[in-house]
Design a protein around this ligand. Sequence first.
Ligand code: HAM
Length: 542
Amino acid sequence: MAEKKKFQAIKGTRDLLPPETDLWNRVEQTAREVFGTFGFGEIRPPIFEPTELFARAVGGETDIVSKEMYSFEDHDFGELEKLRSVLLIRELELENPQSASLHKGQLTEFNAALEAGMKGRKIPVTPENERALDDLKMHAARIEILRRDYTGGEWQARERFNASVTGIRQALRVVEFGDVISLRPEATASVCRAYIEHGMHALPQPVKLWYTGPMFRRERPQKGRYRQFYQIGAEVLEMVPSFAAKDAATAGGAKSAPKDAAVDAEVIEMVMAFFARLGLEGVKLEINSIGDRECRPKYVELLRAELLKVKDKLGPDSQRRIETNPLRVLDSKLESEQAIIAGLPKIADHLCANCAAQYAEVKRQLGMRGVAYAENWRLVRGLDYYMRTTFEITAQGLGSQNAVCGGGRYDGLVELLGGQPTKGIGFAIGEDRLILSLQEAGKGGTALGRDVFVAWMGEKAQATAIAAAQKLRAAGFRVELPPVEQKFGKALGQADKLGARYALILGDDEIATGQWTVKTLADGSQAKMSEAEFLELLRKSL
Ligand code: HAM
């Protein structure tokens, strides 16, 4: 007998079940409708992509890429991988001829398979793999010679032999049998990759895309924070005409400020309209400008210098960030650091003329659209691709993980990923958190329920019941049709439990007269009517 094992969803993941999934569908449908009115079309990128894509776009030093991605090697060389493990753990002794010949055989086999795989392009022909193969072949040949020298009395050969064994191990570790891929931690990188891959710069610009689906980050799970979570996001991408500028991040200079700002404001207006349509409560929008390539580096240096002066008063995380990314210190929630941070120089006072003009225009544009906002100079975001406008939206009922949406401008990202100079702006909403907030505010209530429960009695009635259920379902009503005959009392009890609005009672009498008995479950009232009259009643009352 197989051992009884209880399987459970993996930590940080969960099942979404009815009736809650009704709410999820309603939220996604509302996004589809609202975003559609702004001219966005849906994109469905794959769930996994090359790790390199995220490393480049989001940034290799960010928490997301350096600590939180689910990555694996994707290849057909399981046996070869095992052989590598064997070679890596085998002790190779200079004096032991048996171990030596086994090692030689296996290493030769490994090298041959690796070479064949690369020739057939089944194993990636990267510079790293090519170098590793050369090293492996070189060391394999050298080891044989060194062994002969050693047995021939040349004692210094031992040292060179050991060096070659180390060289083999190092080369073995470097070999990659396939692409390293990751479950997506976010989708902006994928959307930009798709924009380039499908030549979307040739479409009328800007290209407006939205998406929904699961994202994966290996964070510490808590309320509103999961390892598989869902986002609803949107991106606006616009290629910069070649005459305008060398690159997207500086394209058009001051002249493009009003246009970019209007695009930013409209994107923000769209999220706010979506939240309003859902009735999300306690919505707060915060905005900031984090400058561009021109002014941000200077500000970061200034910040670093100021932080170094107060280094001793900062916690270990912030101390580390003085070196790696001083901007992230502004993100700190540590109580003891708040007073210090409040005294630091603010980026708004150090923006270059272009960025300052654009930031002012974003605020004016938001005003024109009736979008209320607060400025937060400490809003820096945890992904590397942003420049100028950044924003975050919080909602009520979420505790510490209260950001329901984050976004910003990322001119230059498409170029960084191998495309043409392109401007970009977008956001992603944490759908799990959005749903939680709606539920906390009592707006999650959509019980699954049924419109009609068909209570049929007698063999003859089943055929009529089936036909009635078919008609009602075709008209779009939710119908429960019990598979077997039930006693009247039991049927009504079940109809009640399922939250049905009406019980359609079909027995010998109803079949004979063509007059159906309809019971309204809310008040217990009962009436006789024809099929057509019942359909009419349903249409009017639901
Ligand atoms: P992000 O700020 O990393 O931005 O994520 C956006 C939202 O996803 C967050 O505000 C939060 O609501 C939700 N979220 C993030 N991590 C988790 C988690 N572990 N569990 C539950 N919800 C989570 C981005 O992802 C950017 N791609 C947004 C963007 C699009 N910027 C420009 N375009």
